[in-house]
Ligand binder design. Structure first.
Ligand code: AHG
Ligand code: MN
Ligand code: MN
Length: 297
């Protein structure tokens, strides 16, 4: 089955928004294979150096979303404000055009993350109000994972440009695999250090690449494990709510997993401003519970 066929039972305009991301991913994939990995000589709103590829990927996603005609408002990790794309559009889309871009020069896998909300704008809404979310991975294979209203599915880009269904149903159970982000925080965050000891002493398998998308994707493919990115005073949690954490939490929860910011599900968090950051833990229910227990004092 291909992506178009899979989306034939999805409301047509929502399908168009998802297909716009799939088209953008194909174009970004082509650029990643050959474009220069150097800096663009600019910084994004958060003072982070932008790579030429960050800027290129951002432009491609905006172009495809605009072309779709169904997205009213789009917000990107690389832009300070949301942008109106169409008066008639019925959705708002938030995205990280290139997640893990500092891994491109060392040739590790990177991704594109997106979430689609009903209506115009994000402020005051929560992840629970998303209509769909997903991500692409540019690795040895280029894959596109989406969750609409049931378990996530994975498509793989074929040489003829078609997206072929490669995983029909992603489901998360329990198992000992961990992807511990921000270990720098352990110097001050002793609770996190204690959890790290727990994982090390209990036979957990370490699987961490430094790219949030593949690090979370492995939980969905292997059906087990945990990804964490808490903070400390000197090394605060930096992952973004609408561009990274909420879309990935949506996919994880649709697969039967859980998410947490140490107080509640990531999907229950209200968006207060576009650049909002959050502590995040995603994965098997028992592992997310354990994260909450160890880190809540
Ligand atoms: P981005 O490239 O979009 O800025 O985000 C990268 C993120 C994420 O993929 C990863 O989990 C995290 O940064 C790792 O950051 P550190 O290595 O700085 O902890
Ligand atoms: Mn990112
Ligand atoms: Mn990015």
């Amino acid at each position: 089955m291909n992506l178009q066929t899979y989306l034939s039972s999805t409301p047509p305009n929502l399908a168009k928004a998802i297909l716009a991301f799939a088209e953008a991913v194909k174009r970004i994939d082509g650029k990643i294979r050959t474009a220069e990995t150097g800096e663009a000589g600019s910084q994004n709103t958060f003072g982070e150096e932008q790579l030429k590829l960050d800027v290129l990927a951002d432009r491609i996603v905006f172009e495809e979303l605009k072309k779709s005609g169904v997205v009213a408002i789009a917000a990107s990790e690389e832009q300070s404000d949301e942008i109106e794309l169409s008066k008639e559009g019925e959705f708002s889309a938030a995205f990280d055009p290139l997640d893990g871009s500092s891994l491109v020069d060392v040739n590790l896998a990177v991704g594109t993350i997106f979430g689609i909300w009903e209506g115009k704008g994000f402020i005051g809404k929560s992840g629970k109000e998303m209509r769909a979310a997903g991500y692409a991975i540019y690795g040895p294979r280029t894959t596109f994972t989406i969750a609409i209203d049931s378990n996530p599915v994975e498509f793989t880009l074929q040489t003829d440009g078609d997206w072929k269904l490669t995983i029909e149903k992603m489901e998360i159970g329990e198992g000992k695999m961990f992807a511990p982000g921000n270990l720098r925080a352990c110097a001050e965050n002793k609770e996190y250090l204690t959890l790290l000891d727990f994982w090390a002493e209990n036979g957990y398998q370490l699987r961490y690449s430094g790219g949030m998308v593949p690090d979370v994707h492995q939980i969905l493919v292997k059906g087990k494990g945990v990804f964490s990115y808490p903070g400390s005073e000197s090394n605060p949690a930096k992952l973004r709510l609408i561009y990274e954490c909420a879309p990935l939490a949506y996919v994880i929860e649709k697969a039967g997993g859980a998410s947490s910011d140490l107080e509640k599900s990531i999907l229950a968090k209200k968006v207060e401003f576009l650049d909002q950051r959050t502590v995040v833990c995603l994965g098997s229910k028992d592992e997310v519970d354990r994260f909450d227990k160890f880190l809540t004092i």
